[in-house]
Design a protein around this ligand. Structure first.
Ligand code: GLN
Length: 253
């Protein structure tokens, strides 16, 4: 039986707006597809065997938690970079997404050094960028929507050759200006979308499972799943994001 080993980084520190639900979705869908799954939670200072990791998941975190884990991550950066270059799958949300880049400069002007694995940098702005968001995700042809919830001060700017995860249809995305959201580098996906993201975007969940399997040359034989509930949640989130009342509230945030 195919098996995936997921390392869940710093679950006690990086878990905002339902990020833990991403783990539940990965585990449950893996089970439904007949894939064995092992989850290894890692706390700061804990050991990570990158040779034994197919998918690394990191949730979002407030600036203080981000700073705390950044130091721990820095010591692992060369191992992590090597694994990423070899094709390990990484899924990083918001604060963790920022840490994959060069730096995150907080609203107090403090610079938190990043892993420098993905060509991006982030600087906090005055107004938080908050609300339900919808993007047109270019991981697939034709592109398909992803829905999630964003709440960040950081404005992220991608390097010229970095592919965004998608184009913002509703919401702010990377920086509220250039209509890009998230980033894709090799099998790394970074995004501002919390929510939890994966339960209502099952296609992305399966995409991550497939990448994690292919890393160790395991094929993905998807089972035919009934996604009607997930799709209803997806559609409801799109409606909510597009409603005038929601837009009024989120511009006040
Ligand atoms: N501290 C970061 C910011 O506000 C990340 C917040 C988050 O992970 N939601 O930009």
């Amino acid at each position: 039986m195919a098996e995936i080993i997921i390392y869940h980084l710093y679950p006690a520190h990086l878990n905002l707006y339902g990020d833990r639900g991403n783990m539940l979705a990965l585990c449950r869908r893996a089970e439904w597809h007949g894939i064995g799954i092992k989850v290894v939670p890692v706390q700061p200072g804990g050991s990570i065997d990158f040779a034994n990791c197919d998918l690394l998941f990191m949730g979002g975190g407030q600036d203080s938690d981000q700073k705390l884990v950044a130091g721990d991550l820095k010591g692992r950066s060369s191992d992590l970079r090597r694994a990423v270059e070899e094709g390990m799958a990484v899924f990083a949300v918001c604060g963790s997404y920022q840490l994959l880049g060069r730096y995150y400069k907080t609203s107090r002007g403090e610079k938190i050094g990043g892993l420098e694995i993905v060509d991006l940098y982030t600087e906090a702005g005055q107004k938080r960028l908050t609300g339900n968001a919808v993007i047109n995700c270019s991981l697939w042809e034709p592109p398909a929507t992803l829905v999630g919830f964003e709440n960040h001060a950081g404005r992220t700017y991608l390097g010229p050759n970095l592919q965004p995860l998608g184009e913002v249809l509703i919401g702010y995305g990377n920086n509220g200006a250039d209509k890009t959201e998230g980033a894709v580098y090799k099998n790394v996906i970074g995004t501002y979308l919390h929510g939890s993201l994966l339960p209502k975007n099952p296609r992305l969940t399966d995409f991550l499972l497939e990448k994690a399997l292919s890393y160790r040359n395991q094929g993905f034989k998807p089972a035919k799943l009934d996604d009607s509930l997930e799709n209803r949640a997806h559609e409801a989130a799109i409606r909510l994001a597009g409603s005038r009342r929601h837009r009024r509230l989120s511009t006040r945030a």
